[in-house]
Design a protein around this ligand. Structure first.
Ligand SMILES: Cc1cc2nc3c(=O)[nH]c(=O)nc-3n(C[C@H](O)[C@H](O)[C@H](O)COP(=O)(O)OP(=O)(O)OC[C@H]3O[C@@H](n4cnc5c(N)ncnc54)[C@H](O)[C@@H]3O)c2cc1C
Ligand SMILES: NC(=O)c1ccc[n+]([C@@H]2O[C@H](COP(=O)([O-])OP(=O)(O)OC[C@H]3O[C@@H](n4cnc5c(N)ncnc54)[C@H](OP(=O)(O)O)[C@@H]3O)[C@@H](O)[C@H]2O)c1
Length: 458
């Protein structure tokens, strides 16, 4: 009898998405001991998802994880099929003919909205767009950001909001040697932004920052960080949260914020961290002029505290707004989708979708658990989904499936130019060469057509 995953019948797995969760799923499969192929399908010509297009350019150490991913990609049983969007270039149904299993690791590429009046005025942007723009994402390279305003407001108090503040706060000389997109460097060079308000709807004990990132905000060369002392007074419930043995990060954040409150405003740029403010309206004719916030009080037991708006209103005059209130996933090619939580519903990583595709479908990463967690969080998540997958292998019909070669042939037949790992290596080396020429770690190609051209270099 043929056994799936044996020498006679390799287990063919397609992984959709080449961010951390996709690579970690491939790694777990390749270490399973089965005869398995793991083909990573990516809609862009380039790999690495948010490690390339999310992680801040001034944090190069955090991007070194790509060396781990490159080692996974170099495995004989792992293929990279780039410039191929599932749902556009190939359907889940077709993948079901070519593979036994599909693991969806497509991340969360959209932004959450505030749902308040004025959100579509000029000068109001999503973090997703701004981050994509300064990181050279092909979907965002054409966007325009007018940094001629002196005051910017960043709404949300997570690490992405801190990234945005830092990029606005740093001088262009501090960014020049990074892999920030050249078009962004050019615009940031003439930025007039001086005052940045980093606004949260809850209090200092609930801010989602990591202390390491918050500390950095207090040590910038050209920007001082400040907090009003009165914003740091704590209720009994907040004190209970901070005294909890697992509240190490929140306690460190509070200590740092107290240091900010005592620090002098001595630098040309200034970032003020503000709490307990819910944005109610963004005012202006065609362009944002002012934001109106409601002053909040926290209600509820420790760890369940929610912001409730009082009648007090606070206005901040500003010409630039970034909402950084989280990412969200999009519905994925005919698979079930939980629009409220913004993810693919699953049971232990298994997705029920027999009517959509003949393949077994699993999910991992941000599209599985929502848009939270650092790069490393995705490793355990992918290992768990792959364990569920491996437990199901005995129940998958051991018919032979063709995998990557047939998928490439299918794409070619339908006029689609896919990229492989060697193509990415040529793009990568051209970007590095261009970087050396301009004294930078890399100069990213930001258009798909120029990436495909680079992929063809001898
Ligand atoms: C701005 C920002 C900065 C961050 N900085 C850090 C940091 O400094 N350190 C840290 O540890 N974590 C950081 N994170 C978190 C980290 O990036 C995420 O935990 C991680 O990237 C999530 O991995 P993922 O694989 O689920 O999604 P992603 O990284 O988003 O990867 C998903 C991939 O799927 C592809 N894809 C989507 N749809 C399709 C489709 N239909 N067909 C084919 N391919 C598709 C996408 O193009 C993308 O390449 C940051 C996150 C953001 C948003
Ligand atoms: N250097 C790093 O390690 C790094 C860098 C970037 C990102 N990341 C990770 O990537 C993940 C995503 O980060 P993120 O910053 O996008 O998300 P996040 O950590 O979930 O923070 C989102 C912020 O938005 C606020 N918010 C949500 N809805 C809101 C609304 N309607 N009005 C006002 N405020 C609202 C939240 O407040 P409430 O708490 O009140 O909901 C919170 O302060 C996180 O896990 C983060 O740690 C890591």
């Amino acid at each position: 009898m043929t056994i799936l995953g044996s020498a006679a019948c390799p287990l063919r797995v397609a992984i959709v998405g080449s961010g951390p969760s996709g690579f970690y799923a491939a790694e777990a499969l390749l270490q399973s001991g089965l005869n398995v192929t793991a083909d990573i399908i990516e809609r862009l010509p380039t790999p690495y998802g948010l490690v390339r297009y999310g992680v801040a350019p001034d944090h190069p150490k955090l991007k070194e994880v790509v060396q781990v991913f490159a080692r996974i990609a170099s495995h004989d049983a792992c293929s990279f099929i780039g410039n191929t969007a599932v749902g556009r270039d190939v359907s889940m149904r077709t993948l079901g003919d070519l593979y036994h299993v599909v693991v969806v690791a497509a991340g969360a590429s959209r932004d959450k909205r505030l749902g308040i009046p004025g959100e579509d005025l000029g000068g109001v942007h999503s973090a997703t767009d701004f981050v994509g723009w300064y990181n050279g994402h092909p979907d965002c390279a054409h966007l325009q950001f007018d940094l001629s305003q002196e005051t910017a407001v960043v709404i949300g108090q997570g690490n992405v909001a801190l990234d945005i503040c830092r990029i606005l706060a740093k001088s262009v000389d501090e960014l020049r040697h990074t892999d920030i997109a050249s078009h962004a460097l050019e615009v940031l060079a003439s930025s007039r932004v001086r005052d940045i308000h980093l606004v949260g709807r809850r209090g200092p004990a609930q801010a989602k920052f990591s202390p390491k990132e918050l500390r950095e905000l207090g040590h910038l060369d050209h920007c001082s960080a400040a907090v009003d002392e009165q914003d740091l007074s704590l209720s009994a419930a907040c004190r209970a949260e901070l005294e909890h043995p697992h509240a190490d990060a929140a306690a460190k954040n509070l200590q740092l914020l107290r240091e900010f409150a005592r620090a002098a405003r001595a630098k040309p740029r200034h970032c003020r961290v503000r709490f307990l403010l819910t944005p109610l309206e963004i005012q202006g004719d065609t362009h944002v002029r002012r934001l109106v916030f409601g002053r909040n009080e926290l209600h509820g037991a420790a760890f369940e505290q929610r912001a409730r708006c009082t009648d007090e209103r606070i206005a901040i005059d500003a010409g630039l707004v970034f909402r950084s209130v989280g990412y969200r996933s999009e519905p994925f090619d005919m698979l079930p989708f939980d629009a409220v939580r913004g993810l693919i519903p699953h049971v232990g990583g298994r997705v029920a979708c027999e009517e959509v595709t003949a393949a077994r479908v699993y999910v991992t990463g941000w599209i599985k658990r929502g848009p939270t967690g650092i790069i490393g969080t995705n490793r355990a998540d992918s290992v768990a989904s792959v364990q569920a997958l491996l437990a199901d292998v005995p129940f998958i019909s051991p018919v032979s499936k063709p995998g990557a070669s047939a998928l490439r042939e299918y794409l070619h037949r339908h006029g689609r130019r896919s990229t492989d790992w060697a193509d990415w290596e040529r793009i990568d080396s051209l970007e590095r060469e261009r970087g050396i020429a301009t004294g930078r770690s890399r100069e990213k190609l930001v258009r798909v057509d120029e990436m495909l051209e680079a992929a063809q270099r001898a």
